[in-house]
Design a protein around this ligand. Structure first.
Ligand code: MN
Length: 495
């Protein structure tokens, strides 16, 4: 079982056991492969004594998360962080160790993932909060973590693999994880235009949350689905022939099966009969450029009559998350109705990988030059998402330099407070409650005692330690950063 640890090249040595094969790193240049396999080795050793609930070696989880990140085409630092994402919480390794071995970027990413987890545990451990408060806290937490989208991508892949291996958990925990996924992780994946990840997250949560509806749908579509797949395979050939004869340079024709949960929503929410779901299995045509997209649409309509009102030009008018394609629904071979999607490789990449495509690995390891711009875009997207958060304060007033001037910190219960940069535990205590401020005697940040003038940082989990007496100190006036705290301290002394 230890064998793979001595084999940093993964399957190249042919010794890796099932589930801990890291041959997927072969897509990276040699220097990066060595960097990534060192992360794999260290993570495997650090977790060597641990098993997953299923009894499998813990490394199976780490390898799955790193592999999904590699499939998104992310940079070597993110893949290394994928292997190491649980080390700070579950092993004796420290952030300083990670920084020494792999540099500050990897250490930063792993710390980000660990913070999310700390807060998640605090939030789900709380019994006094309503479900809505619970979900709002997690949503805000994502906002606080939005400084580096790669942290969120690691977290999404972590969640994906945890859902794939959820069976050994208690039904109660399964339901909690599935409902968080449906309400937070899947919408975030969607916002980031990670279409395939979103579909997988929903399809894995669906049977846990709605077992009856799931079996009903499964039974209903079983045969239809197989028929449909067989038909589309034949139709694809005919379509390809027409396009070839018209000299359209087709790169690829794919068939795409609709995700089950999205089908369920269409049938129940939009009240559409299964016979009218034309994209149960759709045909997707990839052509080199935009001109060929419209030419392809023309050829398709020349041979197959389109259904009125079903032609959608998402190239001229992209969806809010940036999705682009031409969609049409036609009477295809033998008069059967089929949805056809036409797009360029670039549009396809965006649809599948979304924001991750901006972090994609490029030769020489340089980040995409648009990355910083895209980063801002990501923050805006997340702001949009958070507008949906009910009963929470408005984020309208956010300045562009928001993250330079405000920080988010968390109570051990998972409540979120936003404070100006440099705010101290005293400011936090007063922000929570005047009497909590007056009786403050100390504070713990991320589990460690700190001085009361400690400058809090974004994502810190802060526990305020109360004394028996309600009695602030005059010295605090020279320490606090918020007017609110200052005013309350003064007013106590004035009384
Ligand atoms: Mn994990």
């Amino acid at each position: 079982m230890q064998e793979y640890q001595k084999d940093p090249q993964g399957s190249q040595g042919g010794k890796s056991s099932e589930g801990v094969d890291i041959s997927f790193i072969s897509r990276y240049p040699e220097a990066d492969r060595l960097f990534i396999s060192r992360a794999f080795e260290l993570a495997s050793q650090a977790h060597a004594q641990q098993k997953r609930l299923s009894g499998e070696p813990y490394a199976t989880h780490l390898v799955a998360v790193a592999r999904y990140l590699a499939e998104l085409g992310l940079d070597p630092q993110t893949i290394a962080a994928g292997f190491l994402h649980d080390t700070l919480e579950d092993t004796t390794l420290t952030a300083a160790d990670l920084e020494k071995e792999f540099g500050s970027e990897v250490a930063f990413l792993v710390q980000g993932v660990t913070k999310i987890k700390t807060i998640e545990h605090a939030v789900s451990g709380s019994t006094t909060r309503s479900r809505e408060e619970h979900l709002n806290s997690i949503k805000k937490m994502f906002f606080a973590m939005a400084e580096d989208v790669r942290v969120i991508l690691i977290k999404l892949m972590d969640r994906l693999h945890n859902l794939q291996t959820i069976a050994p958990l208690s039904p109660e925990n399964q339901r909690r994880i599935a409902s968080e996924t449906m309400e937070i992780y899947a919408p975030i994946a969607s916002r980031l235009s990670l279409g395939s990840i979103r579909g997988q997250l929903e399809d894995l949560s669906f049977p846990i949350l709605y077992p009856t509806e799931y079996s009903w749908l499964k039974g209903k579509i079983k045969e239809r689905f197989a028929d449909r797949l067989r038909y589309v395979e034949k139709a694809k050939k005919a379509v390809l022939k027409h396009l070839g004869e018209s000299n359209i340079p087709v790169i690829e024709v794919q068939s795409r099966a609709k995700h089950l949960y999205s089908l369920y929503q269409k049938m129940v929410r939009d009240n559409v009969d299964l016979d009218k779901v034309y994209d149960l299995v759709a045909i997707r045509i990839i052509v080199p450029d935009i001109k060929s997209c419209y030419e392809t649409l023309g050829i398709i309509h020349q041979f197959y009559v389109p259904l009125a009102g079903r032609i959608k030009d998402y190239i001229a008018m992209p969806k809010p998350n940036g999705y682009q394609s031409l969609h049409t629904t036609v009477f295809c071979e033998k008069g059967k109705i089929v949805e056809i999607q036409i797009r360029t490789p670039e549009m396809h990449r965006h649809a599948e990988l979304g924001i991750a495509s901006h972090w994609a690995y490029t030769e020489g390891g340089k980040r995409n030059t648009h990355a910083d711009h895209k980063e801002l875009e990501w923050i805006n997207q997340l702001k949009e998402f958070l507008k949906d958060v009910k009963n929470s304060e408005s984020f309208e007033a956010l300045k562009p330099d928001f993250f330079k001037t405000r920080i988010f910190v968390f109570t051990p219960k998972g409540d979120v407070e936003d404070l100006p940069e440099g705010a101290t535990p005293i400011d936090l205590a007063y922000a929570i409650h005047t009497n909590l401020g007056h009786s403050l005697r100390g504070a713990k940040v991320n589990g460690k005692m700190v001085s009361i003038d400690y400058p809090l940082r974004n994502g810190d989990v802060v526990e305020i330690i109360k004394g028996k007496e309600i009695k602030p100190s005059r010295d605090w006036l020279g320490i606090v950063k918020t007017n609110e705290a200052r005013r309350r301290i003064k007013s106590w002394f004035n009384q």
